[in-house]
Design a protein around this ligand. Structure first.
Ligand SMILES: [Zn+2]
Length: 128
């Protein structure tokens, strides 16, 4: 992320395999994992995955998710809601988005506030 050359109009595509880690016993979701490899191929520590837990903003690098246990009851976990997502990473200069001069119109401020709230809610759906 330290590339000094700005690139435009050339989005990078990452294919990611994502899934929730759900408990066999109590059904609670301990977190979600993502990997650039098919998740079945990541079992046994062959490829590290990225673990995100609810309430924790910093993702964790995890070598073998199959060793994880349910954070609530200690039960074994299985992959639920597995999905393949293509994440497009635009090299976009957000500074260009700034208003050139003066204050942005009230309408815009309100719209941005709503978008922020929406994003916050999406980041933590259980709080809603
Ligand atoms: Zn459990």
């Amino acid at each position: 992320m330290t590339s000094p050359t700005p690139t435009y109009g050339k989005p990078i595509r990452h294919t990611l395999y994502v899934a929730d880690l759900k408990c066999y016993l109590c059904g609670s979701v301990t977190g979600s994992i993502e990997s650039e490899h098919a998740l079945t191929a990541t079992a046994g520590g062959r490829h590290p995955v990225v673990l995100r837990r609810p309430g924790q903003t910093a993702p964790l690098r995890l070598l073998d998710w199959t060793r994880l246990r349910c954070s609530r009851c200690g039960g074994p976990l299985f992959l639920d809601d597995s999905d393949v997502v293509t994440r497009r990473v635009d090299e976009y200069n957000w500074l260009d988005e700034r208003p050139r001069r003066g204050r942005p119109p009230k309408r815009l401020l309100e719209q941005r506030r709503l978008e922020r709230e929406l994003l916050d809610r999406e980041a933590d759906p259980q709080a809603a």
